[in-house]
Ligand binder design. Structure first.
Ligand code: FVH
Length: 300
């Protein structure tokens, strides 16, 4: 199998790759592996989710242990960190020795590090993965998957990983892929919440969320062009640089007030205003809005 190193390849293995977890994402990953011509063993806690994949040539394992034994590379795509711990605890852990474990379950950075340490103690090559895609995007280059942990595993498996999405390695500290993933999701959820807040504000004048979205989406898309400029200011560390909107100019108390006047909870925008006010109170009112980054980074 292309992408499996000499050290892990073993002619006694029944299949190239095992996928643990056949939820929406695990099924998509297994399906893409089959499409690429790899032989695949699948396992799911609740029976009955493997039928389509088996029809397409996958082997269904009757137990996690059997699934792990089947392949040199084991993919875990389960609900959360606790599901992985539960699934891989006990005698199954011994079966993993000498194999590569790629865990694409969403975890926190420290959970990924804990699993990497657990794997190292058991002679398991560990690669953590963070998927920036929905199941429908798996199998195209449009999605991204970040990896961290064993560089050797990443290099050996790259042709296989590339079957799913665009792969990106973030270093041997196993927590790094998760950190980038969660930071990206933080931005996304705050953008969604900003939209929900705006939609609630205009609902008082009878505008539907759909009508608001039709206006908000192109506006937000245009605004993202400003991210590069903010990034340059943050990375340069000089918030007095010319051409930037100042913190004083960015006072958002009128938006907080308007939200309250419409009977809408202002907490999302009030949180932003509190960050701006904090920087102004610290004497930085004439400096760039991006200085808010410093409050966030220092945890104050
Ligand atoms: N779906 C998505 O859009 C995303 C996008 C980015 C990242 N994720 C992460 O991928 C992990 C799996 O997500 P999923 O979409 O496959 O999730 P579900 O469809 O809900 O399937 C969950 C599977 O996990 C199994 N499972 C849950 N708990 C346990 C357990 N204690 N022991 C063993 N297996 C467990 C569950 O099995 P069952 O309920 O059918 O028996 C499913 O196979 C996830 O981390 C996302 O954050 C998805």
């Amino acid at each position: 199998m292309e992408g499996v190193s000499e050290t892990t390849r073993n002619s006694t293995h029944a299949t190239d790759v095992t996928v643990l977890g056949l939820g929406a994402m695990g099924s998509a990953l297994a399906s893409a592996l089959l499409d690429s011509g790899r032989s695949v063993t699948v396992w799911n806690r609740t029976p009955g989710r493997a039928a389509d994949l088996v029809d397409r040539g996958a082997s269904a394992a009757g137990s996690v242990r059997e699934a792990v034994q089947a392949s040199p590379v084991v993919i875990a795509c389960l609900l959360k960190h606790a599901s992985v711990e539960e699934t891989l605890s006990g005698p199954v852990a011994d079966e993993l020795r000498g194999r590569t474990l790629v865990n694409v379950t969403t975890t926190s950075p420290n959970e990924a590090r804990a699993l990497a340490a657990w794997a190292a103690e058991r002679g398991v090559d560990y690669l953590d993965g963070a998927i920036m895609a929905v199941p429908a995007m798996i199998g195209s280059r449009a999605g991204q998957i970040f990896y961290s942990g064993s560089r050797a595993a990443y290099d050996a498996l790259l042709p296989t990983l590339d079957v799913w999405a665009t792969s990106e390695f973030h270093g041997e500290d196993a927590g790094r892929a998760s950190l980038v993933d969660l930071a990206m999701l933080s931005g996304m959820y705050q953008m969604f919440t900003g939209f929900f807040h705006g939609a609630a504000m205009v609902s008082s004048m009878g505008m539907s969320a759909a009508d608001f979205a039709a206006r908000q989406a192109p506006f937000l898309a245009a605004m993202t062009e400003g991210l590069d400029g903010y990034a340059k200011v943050i990375d340069g560390g000089d918030y007095t640089v010319a051409g930037q909107q100042s913190l004083e100019f960015s006072d958002l108390s009128h938006i907080v007030r308007a939200s309250e006047e419409e009977g809408v909870d202002p907490s999302p925008i009030a949180a932003v205003q509190a960050l701006i006010s904090g920087q102004i109170a610290a004497g930085h009112g004439s400096e760039a809005l991006a200085r808010v980054y410093e409050s966030l980074r220092s945890g104050s």
